[in-house]
Design a protein around this ligand. Structure first.
Ligand code: WTA
Length: 644
C-alpha cells in the first residue's frame, strides 16, 4: 500500500524566541483544525482524513475522521528503507549487566514475525490481547505486533499481582496473554508465569498464553493453551499492516481513580500517535543521533507513550532498562548513562530524591557529559530535588523539562518546549501549555482563579491525545472528566498560575495518591484490604514521605474472631500476593472503629487529620466521637513504639 507523508520527523520548529512559541500557540488555539491539519503529517497515513475534528458528540471528541493509518508502520516500517535501517531502536540492558541491541530492521523482523504468530493463534482485527511482561524487547514487539494486525492491547504493569491482573483481563476481554517465565528485580526473579496461571483461575476469556523465555525459570506449561514465544516466532515473514481508522482503539490502560475499580483508559490510533510524537519533539527537541532514556516502566502511560510509541515514530534510539537505579550499586544509573552515552534522561522526582539521598559522590564519580537535557514526570518536583538534579546530574548546563500530564491526556500537556523556544525555567513549575492545550484554573466557588490563586485545573478544549472513553463505561468518562464544570476536561489536580503565566501543579485534589510516582486510589487499597476477609472496615490515606512523595497509611477494623497478633503482617502479605507490592500500605493500624458519617461513609479526612496532628475540620456529620479518640490512641501508641 502506498503511504503519504509530506514532512520528516525532524523538520524542527526550533527557534529560540518565545515570540515564536506565542505565535504557534495562538494559531493552535484560534484555529485548531488548521493547526492539526498541518501537524498530523508527522505520521504517514494511508488515507487522509475528511475532517480534522468531530465534536458533534462531545465530550466524545473524534480526530482525523476517516483517516487511515497503522502505528506499527509508522514506528518501524518507515525507518527500514532509509538510513535508520541499521540504527539501534532499543539498547536493552539490565541489572545483571546483560545487553541486547535491536536495530530498526531487527525490530521490524520481530514485529512481523510475532504479528504472524498472533494471527496463527486466531487473533484478528478488533480483538484485544493482554501483555504482562518485564522491561524486555518483547514488550514493545508485542504492542506493535498487536497494532499491526489491528488488535488492541492492554499492558499490565508486572508489579501487579494475580487478582489485579485478572481484573484487567476480564474488563478488557483479552483472549490471549503474552508473558515471560520471570523478570529480574533487585537480584530476585519475579515468577510472572506463576502469577498469570493464578490470574487465569479468575478469568475465562483467555484461550492462549505465550511465554517468553527470559530468566530460565521452570514453569508449568499447559498443553494446548501455553506456547513458548521462541517456538512460534523467528520466521522471516512479512505481515501487511492493517489500515486502521484513526479512531480505532490502540490500547486500554488501567489507572486508578476515586472509585474502587481501576478505569480502562482507551486511547485512539491517529490522534494519540500525532499527540505523543509531536509533544516529544516540542518538549525535548530530540536529535537524530541522541540516545534517549525514558526510565519509566512500560506498564505506565509514560512507558507506553515515551519508551515505545513517540521515540519509535521519531526514529530515535532508546535505552530499555530492566532493573532499579540503585541495584546492584548505588551508582547503577550513572554507570548506564556513562556506558551508553545517554543524551536525554527522563525520570521521576522520586527517583531523583532517592539518588540524592545516596549523595553527590556517586554522580561525581562518572562522566555524565553526554547529558544534554533532563526531564521529570509523575508528581510535583520539589525545588530542592530540581536543584540537585540540575547541579549534580546536569552540571548546571542541562535544562530540566518538567512534564505535566496524565494517563488520560496521552502525552505531555504542560512543559518546557525546547523544540519551540527556550524560555527561562523555574524550579517546580511545568511552565507553559503545549500547543492545543488551553488550561483554566477554577476555584471551589466556580470562579476563574486570579493570578496566584489556587484552584482546580481544567482544560477547555479537546486535543488529539485525549482518551476516547473509559472502557465499557462511557458514563464514567462523562461523569469523571466532564461534569465538574460542564464541557471542560477536569484533571483532578490543583494548580496555580503565576504573574508570568507559568503553571505550578500542586498535587491531586481527589482521593488519588501518588506513591513513588505511581497512581493509586485510596479506595483501591481499601478494597484490597477488605478482600482479605480479615477486616471489616478500612480507611486509607497518603502521608507525606521524603523520598516517595506520599506513603500509604491504613486504619483497619478486624472482623470478629480474627487474631490480632501479627494481623498487620498477614494483611500486608495477602495484599502483596493478590494485588502486588505497590498496593501494600506502609503502615497498618488496627482499631476498634473508624470515624464515619451517619450514612456510614468512612471519613478519611478525619483519620488523616488526627494522624497528622491537624485540625479535623467539620465534624457535624460524624456518627461517633469515640471513633476519633480511638484513632488518636492508636496514633499515640504507634508513636511511642517508634520512639522505643
Ligand atoms: C501527577 C503520569 C506535578 C498529577 C504521566 C497527575 C504531576 C497524575 C506531573 C497523573 C508533574 C504528573 N508535576 N504533578 N510534572 N506529572 N503528575 O496518570 O497529579 O500516572 O494528575 O500519569 O500525576 O498520573 P498518571
Amino acid at each position: 500500500m502506498e503511504e503519504m507523508s509530506n514532512s520528516l520527523p525532524f523538520d524542527s520548529l526550533h527557534n529560540p524566541s518565545i515570540e515564536r512559541y506565542r505565535q504557534i500557540y495562538k494559531e493552535s488555539i484560534e484555529n485548531p483544525e488548521k493547526f492539526w491539519d498541518e501537524h498530523a503529517w508527522i505520521l504517514n497515513w494511508y488515507k487522509k482524513w475528511d475532517k480534522v475534528l468531530d465534536d458533534s458528540n462531545a465530550p466524545f471528541y473524534r480526530w482525523f475522521i476517516n483517516g487511515k493509518l497503522n502505528i506499527s508502520y509508522n514506528a518501524v516500517d518507515r525507518h527500514v528503507n532509509n538510513f535508520r535501517r541499521n540504527k539501534a531502536a532499543f539498547i536493552y540492558t539490565n541489572e545483571r549487566g546483560e545487553e541486547k541491541i535491536v536495530t530498526y530492521h531487527g525490530l521490524y523482523k520481530r514485529v512481523n514475525s510475532f504479528a504472524q504468530a498472533l494471527k496463527d493463534m486466531g487473533i484478528k482485527k478488533g480483538d484485544t490481547i493482554a501483555i504482562y511482561l518485564p522491561m524486555i524487547i518483547e514488550a514493545p514487539v508485542a504492542m506493535l505486533a498487536a497494532a499491526r494486525i489491528g488488535a488492541a492491547f492492554t499492558l499490565v504493569f508486572s508489579g501487579f499481582g494475580a487478582e489485579a491482573l485478572a481484573e484487567r483481563i476480564n474488563d478488557s476481554g483479552a483472549k490471549l496473554i503474552v508473558t515471560a517465565d520471570g523478570g529480574y528485580r533487585r537480584g530476585k526473579i519475579i515468577q510472572l508465569k506463576e502469577i498469570v496461571d493464578k490470574a487465569l483461575e479468575y478469568t475465562s476469556n483467555v484461550e492462549t498464553v505465550i511465554v517468553v523465555k527470559h530468566t530460565n525459570t521452570d514453569v508449568n506449561m499447559v498443553e494446548g493453551r501455553d506456547y513458548w514465544y521462541h517456538h512460534i516466532t523467528g520466521e522471516n515473514i512479512y505481515v501487511e499492516p492493517e489500515p486502521m481508522d484513526s479512531n480505532d482503539p490502540l490500547f486500554i490502560l488501567y489507572t486508578s481513580g476515586t472509585t474502587g475499580k481501576p478505569k480502562g483508559i482507551v486511547h485512539s490510533t491517529g490522534g494519540y500517535a500525532v499527540w505523543v510524537s509531536s509533544t516529544l519533539k516540542w518538549a525535548f527537541d530530540p536529535q537524530e543521533t541522541d540516545r534517549w532514556w525514558c526510565a519509566a516502566d512500560i506498564g505506565w502511560i509514560t512507558g507506553h507513550s515515551y519508551i515505545v510509541f513517540a521515540p519509535l515514530i521519531l526514529g530515535l534510539t532508546s535505552i530499555l532498562y530492566e532493573g532499579s537505579f540503585d541495584y546492584p550499586f548505588p551508582d547503577q544509573i550513572w554507570r548506564i548513562i556513562e556506558l551508553y552515552g545517554v543524551n536525554i534522561l527522563y525520570t521521576s522526582p522520586t527517583a531523583i530524591r532517592m539518588l540524592m539521598k545516596y549523595g553527590d559522590i556517586y554522580p561525581k564519580k562518572h562522566d555524565l557529559s553526554s547529558l544534554r537535557i533532563l526531564g521529570t514526570v509523575g508528581e510535583p518536583i520539589n525545588p530542592a530535588a530540581w536543584e540537585w538534579y540540575y547541579k549534580n546530574v546536569g552540571n548546571s548546563r542541562c535544562p530540566i523539562v518538567d512534564t505535566y500530564w496524565q494517563t488520560e491526556t496521552g502525552g505531555f500537556i504542560i512543559s518546557p518546549q525546547l523544540g519551540i523556544a527556550n524560555w527561562p525555567l523555574k524550579p517546580g513549575s511545568a511552565t507553559y501549555p503545549h500547543p492545543g492545550i488551553e488550561p483554566v484554573i477554577i476555584k471551589e466557588n466556580g470562579e476563574i482563579a486570579k493570578v496566584g490563586e489556587k484552584g482546580y485545573l481544567f482544560i477547555k478544549k479537546p486535543w488529539p491525545g485525549l482518551m476516547l472513553t473509559v472502557n465499557k463505561d462511557p458514563n464514567r468518562y462523562v461523569s469523571t472528566y466532564f461534569s465538574k464544570v460542564k464541557g471542560y476536561y477536569f484533571t483532578g489536580d490543583y494548580a496555580i498560575m503565576d504573574n508570568d503565566g507559568y503553571f505550578w501543579l500542586l498535587g491531586r485534589a481527589d482521593e488519588v495518591l501518588k506513591v513513588s510516582g505511581h497512581r493509586i486510589g485510596t479506595i483501591e487499597v481499601e478494597d484490597a484490604l477488605l478482600s482479605t476477609e480479615l477486616v471489616s472496615e478500612a480507611g486509607v490515606f497518603g502521608k507525606p514521605h521524603q523520598v516517595k512523595g506520599e506513603s500509604i497509611v491504613a486504619f483497619v477494623v478486624p472482623k470478629s474472631g480474627i487474631q490480632r497478633e501479627g494481623l498487620e503482617e498477614r494483611l500486608k502479605q495477602m495484599v502483596r500476593e493478590k494485588f502486588g507490592p505497590i498496593i501494600v500500605p506502609d503502615e497498618i493500624h488496627v482499631v476498634e472503629m473508624l470515624p464515619k458519617t451517619r450514612s456510614g461513609k468512612i471519613m478519611r479526612r478525619v483519620i488523616k487529620a488526627v494522624y497528622l496532628d491537624q485540625l479535623p475540620g467539620d465534624l457535624t456529620t460524624l456518627e461517633s466521637e469515640a471513633s476519633v479518640s480511638e484513632i488518636r490512641d492508636a496514633v499515640e501508641k504507634f508513636r511511642n513504639e517508634i520512639k522505643q
